[in-house]
Every structure is written in C-alpha cells, then in structure tokens.
Design a protein around this ligand. Structure first.
Ligand code: HEC
Length: 225
C-alpha cells in the first residue's frame, strides 16, 4: 500500500470524525470509499514487529491471553469486526497519558499504524492475503533509503531500535544497519538460514520479495544510497 493511499486514509478518517454527528455511521461511510486494507502486508507486520517480543503477545507467552503472531491469534479476542471503537485491541493503542500499548520502553504506534488497524477492523477484520504486487518482484534500483529502510521499519524496528534494541542490534539508521548487513546476519536471519536466529522473532518470514530486495542491496555493497 503506497504512501499516498495511506495519507488519504488518514485524511478520510480525520474528515470523517470532523464532520460526524453520529461517529460510527459517518466513519463507515468514509471508509467504504477507500481501498481495502491488506491484512497480510499492512496489518500483520504491525502486530509482529511491535507486540510479539518474548514475554509479550506471542504463541508461547500469550500475555493477557493475546497471541498476535498470526491472523487466528489476532482475531481470537479483542477485535469486533466492523467496530474499531468497540475493539479492546484498538482501545489499548490509544489510551492517553503514556498508558497505551506497547508499554515502555517501546513507543506508541504511529498514527498511520493505528489508522491502518482501525480501518482494517472497520472493514471487517478479514484475513486478506496475496494482495498487492505478489508474483511481480522487481529488484532493480534497490536503494537503502527507498527500499531497505521502509522494509526494516515495517518488520523490524519495533524490536530493533530505541535505547535497548533486541539483541543489541538496531535498524534505526543506516550506520546501525550496516554491521549485520556486512556480517551476513541480516540476510541469514530473514532467510531463516542455518546458523542464524530466524527473524522476525516469533513470526512468519517476511514476504519473499522483501527478502530478495534486501539480499540484492547487500550483494551490491550495502551502500548508503
Ligand atoms: C518481536 C521482536 C523482534 C522483531 C520484530 C525482530 N527481531 Fe531480530 N531479534 C530479536 C531478538 C530478541 C534477538 C536476539 C535473539 C537471540 O540472540 O537469541 C534478535 C536478533 C536478531 C539478529 C541476530 C541474529 C543472529 O543470528 O545473530 C538479527 C540479524 C536480527 N534480529 C534481525 C532482524 C530483522 C532483519 C528483523 C525484521 C525483518 C527482526 N530482526 C525483527 C527480536 C526481534
């Protein structure tokens, strides 16, 4: 889902709530005008990157009974399809006063991520997969800024950034990314290659095309382009 569309989603929500007298009805009216949110590529990575750390909401620890590592786990509890405001999971993201999920030291989700989840719930919380340009993986012109960084931000920086990044590895900046790119651990971990801890932790592999793009970038010297 492109940046432009996302911005339009945000605008639609903002507009919807501004003009709303009966919020639920109005929001739905606006949401039906935008493209469906894709669960697999837009929603699942938000949960996997920000909520499934050890001790949190993964299939083993199931903190508070929540497992956010798969579709079945996510819709099992706290999601009311078609009603984001009535969904406990959405509510937990927007609690004011620094009390929202994920808890410290992890930061609040971005407005864009929260809006994506709200829209997905409002559209029925469906298990939409294989959306977008799957089957058509273009790895020409891969750059750090336009290709690699957005992938890492989508799937990895929920754990690998901030003052205490998981495994002491950060993907917040180019310089931080460079060490595991050059050591082979970045590609090894996302390919689930032997000898590396499979990443993202407690989650399925990231889409094959994204793995391919990162591999290509590393092969061409992991440049700061
Ligand atoms: C839910 C949290 C979480 C997410 C999301 C996550 N990681 Fe990790 N990562 C960890 C933890 C925890 C470790 C340390 C694991 C260990 O040492 O056993 C780690 C370790 C690593 C390592 C070192 C692996 C090795 O074999 O030395 C690499 C490389 C890595 N992560 C890359 C990534 C990449 C790339 C992504 C995104 C595609 C990602 N991680 C997403 C939590 C996460």
């Amino acid at each position: 889902m492109g940046k432009v569309k996302k911005t339009r989603f945000l605008a639609a929500i903002a507009l919807g709530s501004l003009m709303c007298v009966v919020p639920a009805a109005c929001t739905r009216e606006y949401i039906e005008q935008v493209n469906p949110v894709c669960f697999e590529t837009d929603v699942l990575p938000i949960f996997q990157s920000n909520c499934t750390q050890s001790g949190c909401h993964n299939a083993i620890d199931r903190e508070e009974g929540y497992d956010f590592s798969s579709y079945a786990g996510i819709v099992n509890k706290g999601i009311e399809p078609g009603d984001y405001k009535g969904s406990k999971i959405y509510e937990s993201l927007v609690v004011p006063g620094g009390e929202s999920m994920p808890p410290a030291p992890y930061g609040r989700l971005s407005d864009e991520q929260i809006t994506t989840i709200a829209l997905w719930i409002e559209q029925g919380a469906n298990n939409t997969i294989n959306c977008g340009d799957s089957g058509n993986c273009v790895t020409d012109n891969v750059t750090y800024a336009a290709t690699v960084k957005p992938i890492l931000q989508k799937y990895c920086t929920g754990c690998h950034s901030g003052s205490a990044p998981s495994g002491n590895i950060s993907y917040a900046t180019y310089n931080a990314t460079l060490s595991t790119a050059l050591s082979g651990a970045l590609v090894g971990s996302i390919e689930h290659a032997p000898g590396y801890v499979p990443m993202p932790e407690n989650a399925s592999k990231i889409p094959a095309c994204d793995v391919e793009k990162i591999r290509q970038w590393v092969l061409l010297g992991a440049k700061n382009d």
